[in-house]
Design a protein. Sequence first.
Length: 131
Amino acid sequence: MKKTIKVVAAIIENDQNEILCALRSPQMSLANMWEFPGGKVEPKEDEYSALKREIKEELNCQIDTVKLHNDNTHEYETFIINLIAIKCRIIGGSPTPTEHSKLIWLKRENLKSLVWAPADIPAVELLINEK
């Protein structure tokens, strides 16, 4: 039986209505694919606390969680990921990549121009269809 991993992802939007996108580094699994930044939920940690911790570790900034965006389960070849995407806003610092190869801000209509990690695609499609 495949292991299920619970992961949180931040949908961070700036004042120009652009969304923060993160490129997975060549050392990561799903290398060179785009994702929303975040990470694993630790035991005894709720999704919102986990996301704040992960963004502080990965992007060196502080966020405030706004609301749940979507909850998606995706089965990869060797594991299952339960990806919980949460809309957030930056309340301190400026996103700086510490684990990712690159960070970019993109308008919703341009999100499809990137090659996304499969588990992130439902969140991307929801964002594109919003408004």
